[in-house]
Design a protein. Structure first.
Length: 557
């Protein structure tokens, strides 16, 4: 028999038999709810048979029969009341368990997020796509969907979303486009490394969202709850429904701070910081500029993460600051990386190693941060070296810069658009969804095997725009993405190793080698990072001008 866990206190199951009750009791269940009407199948026992066997074992049994496909709002309310009244844990069952899982989902609609409910039911093996609007509507059947409809809907007004909106408007000015994003502020996140290094002021990296939405593009300031790709619909929080002709999914990535035990409670104090948050990057510089001696740990979690070089950029700029102040000899720098290499493209490693040696930094590979005690200044790492049992090590610190674990946003991860790992499932060249041909994705949320950087989104936006316009005209994709990503590795104040590469680690330099040799630390690359890239971002990429981002055309063979 199947016991499919929804929560620690509730499970769903296909039809059970009287003989199963002993196993159910041994599994710890104290109550069962029958959601299958008697006589629905010739091979099913009656509820009275189940109730009698349950009573003999001291298990409470409740009969709440539901006709398949007819779960009413009142049924869900009654089911929720039973969960509150019965001793737990509770096992609910029907023919397959789907009706029970549906009742649970609707009963929890005002207690849990849509994404949490969909994640729990998906893990248990049940698809709640058919009732997602009701879940978003507090468990009640919507009486007025109030649909809005647009030719193109873009989810996410980050770098990728605004860039692709601007690129589409440049190609088809009359296109009816809506961007959905709840945020008031748009951030130039690549600048946060420089804030943490004392080079940029934090306010230089922020603009109001309303000032950046392209002219003529509708801004729906709301959060997405779920997708209905078969209906060309998006469900917003509060059960508002937005319809689309074509959809672009680019909401970015989720920083999973809570995955590290104790981290949330100590961020921004006790010497624990991160350049991955706007409000914390200034604290990084405060710690670095005030540190005279002690141990500084810099962490990097398992891939994928956005801007994979950012954890070591923080280390290099900090080391450079201590070097310039003459205190480096008294600072013990530890770089704890969950992966097994310093950088994924080997051509750039020699130049980076020169700086690892300059700052006398210890490289600890296969070290993944799992817990931190800020007041005690202690951190714990799981060390998972190949072919070796995992062991946990404790390290003391005076300062620790944390890069958090990262996943796709919850509402994407549990959606029909996601692959098995939770990322939007696209063709890596056209960036079109593999199943739904009127959906595209770009930026950190999709599953192409490229580096998750703003520079990657800068290249992807024109590709998506070209291919969407070609599709509107009835044609095949005309542009392809080559996997380009760029990581300006700030190895010291005034010099950068400009890593530019595509699929398979192929080097894709933007400039002739005599101008910028990306495999070496250069002042020219620093000038690009400090002076040129911010205006390219604000005045080029977000305006649809596509500087340094000409799409690669698909050529006939």
């Amino acid at each position: 028999m199947e016991l499919n866990t929804l929560t620690a206190g509730v499970s769903a199951s296909p039809q059970i038999m009287p003989a199963d009750l002993q196993v159910i009791k041994d599994a710890g269940f104290r109550s069962v709810i029958c959601n299958r009407p008697d006589g629905e199948g010739s091979d099913q026992p009656t509820f009275q048979e189940i109730a009698k066997a349950a009573e003999a074992l001291g298990i409470e049994a409740v009969y709440q029969p539901i006709v398949a496909g007819k779960v009413s709002d009142e049924d869900a309310e009654s089911f929720g009341k039973s969960l509150n009244d019965l001793p737990g844990p509770v096992l609910a069952y029907c023919r397959t368990g789907t009706r029970s899982a549906t009742l649970w989902s609707l009963s929890q609609a005002n207690k849990r997020s849509v994404a949490d409910i969909l994640a729990a039911t998906k893990t248990a093996g049940y698809d709640m796509g058919g009732v997602v609007r009701r879940i978003a509507n507090g468990g009640k059947t919507p009486t007025d969907t109030g649909d809005a409809s647009y030719e193109v809907v873009i989810i996410g007004a980050g770098a990728g979303g605004i860039a692709v909106a601007a690129s589409l408007k440049a190609r088809k000015p009359d296109l009816e486009i809506a961007i959905i994003d709840p945020a008031d502020v748009h951030y130039y996140q690549p600048g946060w490394t420089m804030v943490g290094g004392g080079i940029f002021e934090p306010q230089e990296t922020a603009r109001t969202m309303g000032s950046l939405i392209p002219r003529g593009v509708h801004w729906i300031q709301a959060a997405v709850a779920a997708f209905e790709p078969d209906n060309n619909a998006i469900i917003l929080d509060g059960c508002r429904v937005v319809k689309y002709g074509r959809l672009v999914v680019t909401p970015g990535i989720k920083l999973d701070w809570n995955k590290i035990d104790g981290l949330v409670d100590t961020l921004g104090q006790n010497g624990v910081t991160s350049n991955y948050r706007y409000d914390l990057a200034p604290y990084t510089w405060k710690l670095v500029s005030g540190m005279m001696s002690g141990r500084a740990i810099f962490t990097q979690p398992p891939m994928p993460i956005k801007c994979a070089g950012a954890p070591q950029k923080a280390m290099y700029l900090s080391g450079d600051a201590w070097f310039r102040r003459g205190v480096l000899k008294d600072v013990d720098i530890q770089f704890n990386n969950a992966g097994g290499v310093l950088f994924g493209v080997k051509d750039y490693v020699p130049a980076l190693m020169d700086y690892v040696e300059k700052y006398d930094a210890s490289l600890n590979f296969f070290h993944n941060l799992v817990a931190v005690d800020g007041p005690a200044k202690k951190a714990w790492f799981d060390v998972a070296k190949p072919d070796t049992p995992v062991e946990q090590v404790e390290m003391e610190f005076d300062m620790m810069h944390v890069c958090p674990p990262q996943t796709a946003p919850d509402f994407v991860r549990v959606s029909p658009l996601a692959d098995a790992a939770g990322w939007v499932d696209v063709d890596q060249f056209s960036l079109r969804h593999k199943t739904y041909d009127n959906i595209w994705s770009l930026g950190d949320v999709m599953n192409a095997p490229n580096a998750k950087t703003a520079a990657a989104a800068r290249m992807q936006a024109p590709v998506v725009a070209d291919n969407m316009v070609a599709d509107m005209r009835g044609g095949a994709p005309v542009a392809q993405y080559n996997g380009y990503g760029s990581c300006p590795l700030t190895v010291e104040r005034g010099k950068i190793v400009l890593a530019e590469f595509g699929y398979g680690g192929a080097l894709l330099p933007s400039f002739p080698k005599f101008l910028v040799d990306g495999t070496k630390a250069t002042r020219a690359a620093w000038f690009l990072k400090e002076k040129m890239l911010p205006p390219i971002y604000w005045k080029g990429m977000l305006k649809g001008r596509e500087w340094l981002a000409k799409p690669e055309k698909i050529t006939a063979k």
